[in-house]
Design a protein around this ligand. Structure first.
Ligand code: FES
Length: 106
């Protein structure tokens, strides 16, 4: 699978990842600006906040209670498209997912 990260500037970066890798991990490994992942993927920091494009949102698992709570603590305002990158596990089914990186992360 691949992930396209779009920055607030419009600059897009596509990365290819292994199945099972989280979207947050993929971003950090590839030096994607604006995704921090401070807590290491425990759904405890909200610095991996991304906006998932609507066409991909339906392919993701439901937001868990932990994720839901953290999404109320994001720096950039939460929207209907908000997800925690660390809770998105990449799989072939997601194909080429496109996410927008918030302008403020920490
Ligand atoms: Fe901390 Fe996702 S990395 S909540």
């Amino acid at each position: 699978p691949t992930i396209t990260f779009t920055q607030p500037t419009g600059e897009a970066t596509e990365v290819t990842v292994e199945e099972g890798t989280s979207l947050m991990r993929a971003a950090v490994t590839n030096g994607i600006e604006g995704i921090v992942g401070e807590c290491g993927g425990q759904a405890m920091c909200a610095t991996c906040h991304v906006f998932v494009r609507p066409e991909f949102a339906g392919q993701l698992p439901e937001v868990s209670d932990d994720e839901d709570e953290m999404l109320d603590c994001t720096t950039a305002e939460r929207t209907d498209s908000s997800r925690l990158g660390c809770q998105i596990k990449m799989s072939g089914e997601l194909g080429n997912i496109v996410v927008d990186v918030p302008s403020d992360q920490v």
